[in-house]
Structure formats: structure tokens, C-alpha cells
Design a protein around this ligand. Sequence first.
Ligand SMILES: CCNc1nc2cc3[nH]c(NC)nc3cc2c(=O)[nH]1
Length: 372
Amino acid sequence: MTTPAVTYNLIKKDKHTGARLGQITTPHGTFDTPMFMPVGTQASVKAMAPEELKEMGAGVILANTYHLWLRPGEDLVEEAGGLHQFMNWDQGILTDSGGFQVFSLAELRNITEEGVHFKNHLNGQKLFLSPEKAIAIENALGADIMMSFDECPPFFESYDYIKKSIERTSRWAERGLRAHKNPQTQALFGIVQGGGHKALREQSARDLVSLDFPGYSIGGLSVGESKAEMNHVLDFTTPLLPENKPRYLMGVGSPDALIDGVIRGVDMFDCVLPTRIARNGTCMTSKGRLVVKNAKYARDFRPLDEKCNCYACRNYTRAYIRHLLKTDEIFGLRLTSYHNLYFLLDLMRKIRAAIKEDRLLDFRAEFFEEYG
Ligand SMILES: CCNc1nc2cc3[nH]c(NC)nc3cc2c(=O)[nH]1
């Protein structure tokens, strides 16, 4: 039995919740979990240099298969020596499988057993993605962690539709495993679906766990359902997954959702939120969101967050950052992006420390008290 490309080491289970302290070992390093993964959709975490991501403690970052397939093309990235070489990032990289982007971006034509026919969102060109094609692109990109090709059904779809969808997604997962060329250096994760239906989540998890993936993602969430509904699905889904493998919740996100996901046994998260809201001047702070472009901060010479130790908060004021954003100075976006990413990475550091000392629920109460 060859060693899989990615292994998970469970260090400690929280006494009072489903939270776990662990480490994930990849060909590009070992990283502490629970972890937040900055999103670098087109091989760049928007406005951030790799050195800045490293200094704020990012370990694994994301890139999107659909976008890189369209531009610059996986063959060009492969010729460059793979994503790590191409974007000068020597730590962890995770690629999604394009499915979700197709459903959320492209003009969808139709889903068949074979795969998904759709139109390129840039030029209307007809395209086709199958499990085999998606896995081949991810192999060429060279990510340490690859995601299976799945369908993310609408959360409120009917039981019958979602049942058919998860059964096809399981067949697609098996096809992806067979098509995967580099299991020794790239770990392919399975994606559990099933909407809000416990029986379907159990069926999807059973199918995928029997395929013995090195890690599992919980899909079909953070797609418009309430936080309560997401937490409820997590309550009965994470226990279905192997304890000795990482669990990844895609598209999450906000500080409260991260804490509640960790409490329910999730180890890895990604979300575009921090950099996306940063670009319109919204900052995450320990006291909730702060829209630094607002006029009330024009003469506010305090840092974005007085409790934050990041580069932006140590060197610049709300007034200065507001001025930069109001005058379309690019440096303004860099400072808000840096701060928001640092805020979430630092939150994960605090969460890991709280798990270590069995005080995660106290930390949650203190955090929510301030965050509002
Ligand atoms: C890896 C591609 N497959 C795949 N990506 C996803 C990305 C998401 N992003 C969000 N909220 C922002 N929910 C998601 C669900 C899925 C999902 O169910 N599947």
C-alpha cells in the first residue's frame, strides 16, 4: 500500500465539542488544522504577494480549475512546471474541480451521466467537463489536494432529485479516482453531498468512504441555506466521515461560521469573503464588520482593529485607508485584503489554542460577545 500524498494526524479532540486539533501533511509541507485557506482563484490571492501570505501564516491556498482551464490553460501551467512554480508558492495548494464554477458562473446547458455541457462564461464557446477531464486538468495543475468532480445540487431541491444527483456524483467520484494519474503526489478528496437530507448524506458518505479517499469535503452547503440549516447538516454529516482523515467545508467563511464548523468537527475551510469584501472597503474586526469608506472614519486615526497585530493595523489608520479607497489608490485594497486575511488566519490560530486548552466554547462565547 503506497503512502497517500496527504495524511492527517489527529493530535487532540476537544473535550466538550466535536472540534479536533490536527496536522495535515502534504508534499509541500505540514500544516496545523483547523485551518482557513485563502482563495487564489486565478493563481493569485488577489492583491497579495506570496511572501505576505506566508508572513500572515497561510499554509494551503486555493486555485480554481475552471478559471485556469480557460485562462491560461492547464497545458501552459504544466509547461511552467505546475502551479507552485508558476505562482511562486512553495506551500500547499488545493484545486477545486470546476463543477461548482460551472453551475454558478457559466450558462449551463445540461448535465448528463457523461458530464456537464455548458458555455464558456467569457466567450460563449461550447465546453464540456467530465470527471476524467476535470481530474486531468487538476493533474496538470499539480495541486497537492484535488477535489472530485461533483454536482452541487440546490439545497432546497426535492429528495428525489438530490438522491439521483448524489448517486451520479458517487459514480463520478469513482471515475475520477480511476482517471487520477498521480495519487502518490496529489491527494484526491471525495465530496459528500445530499442537501439537507440525513438519509442522502448517509448514502453519499457510505459510497465515498467505501472508495477510501485520503480526505473528504462536505459539499452542497453555504449555497443560500441558513446558518442553522448548515450547522444542522454538519451535526449529522461530519460524524459519518473517518476520524483519521481531514474534513473540508467548502465556501465557508465568516468568523461565526468558521467557529461553528470547527465545533462540528470540520478541519479545513475556504472562502472568497475576506478578499472580496475587502475590495469594497469592508473589514472584519473583533467588534464586527467595519465599512472603512464611511464618512465617519474620515478623521479616525485608529487602526482598523485596535486588537489586531497585522501589518495594516500596526502601520496605518482608518483615515488613511479610507482616503486610499476613496481615491482608488490600489494600496488601499492591498491593506484591507491583507487585514481581512490576517484576521481569519489569526482567528484560526486562536481557535487551535482554545482546542488545546479545552476552552473552545468559552472562546466562542467571548468572541460572539464582542463580534455582535
Ligand atoms: C470542488 C468543486 N465542487 C464543489 N464546490 C463547492 C464550492 C462551494 N462554495 C460554496 N459557497 C461559497 N458552497 C460550495 C459547495 C461546493 C460543492 O458542493 N462542490
